[in-house]
Ligand binder design. Structure first.
Ligand SMILES: [Zn+2]
Length: 164
């Protein structure tokens, strides 16, 4: 089971949680404008934001934080059957973490190319390319609440917060 479009309603709800997490960083300015949410069976398991500056840890991307939280809450490192919603297409580090967690679907709003244009030091390798090069079976669903995710980045840009 599990086609890319199957959980569309749940995807939007998960993306709204990811957006809410990311929006906290526009107020706190201790992490980038990125959020992630992990769902299983349409239920939110964990939502997290980027906390690089807060933790002084370059690996604290929203997706990695959400994976750590979901694994703790579910009591397992295996997140098979889960979907991750990310406000921006996951970077290669997060894509690899998602792979290691066994997450089956990646849902995202804006693309890596969108944030690279804003000056983030992205490794500009798309999830589609990583999937193909790595022989990964994860399902990709892009463009979910894309306008809301773009608005988040525009608001962040207006505040002239640092990129990292
Ligand atoms: Zn990342």
């Amino acid at each position: 089971m599990g086609t890319a479009g199957e959980e569309r309603g749940g995807d939007a709800a998960g993306m709204r949680r990811a957006l809410a997490a990311a929006r906290r960083n526009l107020l706190r300015a201790d992490g980038g404008p990125f959020g992630a949410c992990i769902l299983r069976g349409g239920r939110v398991i964990a939502a997290a934001r980027n906390t690089i500056l807060l933790r002084r840890d370059p690996t604290c991307h929203a997706e990695v934080n959400a994976i750590r939280l979901a694994a703790r809450r579910l009591g397992t490192h295996e997140l098979a059957g889960c979907t991750i919603c990310s406000t921006t297409e996951p970077c290669p580090m997060c894509f690899a973490a998602i792979h290691w967690a066994g997450i089956g679907r990646i849902v995202y709003g804006t693309r890596i190319a969108d944030v690279a244009r804003l000056g983030f030091r992205e490794l500009t390798v798309s999830n589609r390319m990583l999937r193909r090069l790595g022989g990964c079976q994860v399902l990709l669903v892009g463009g979910v609440l894309r306008e809301e995710c773009r608005a988040l980045l525009r608001d962040w840009e207006r505040l002239r917060l640092p990129t990292y």
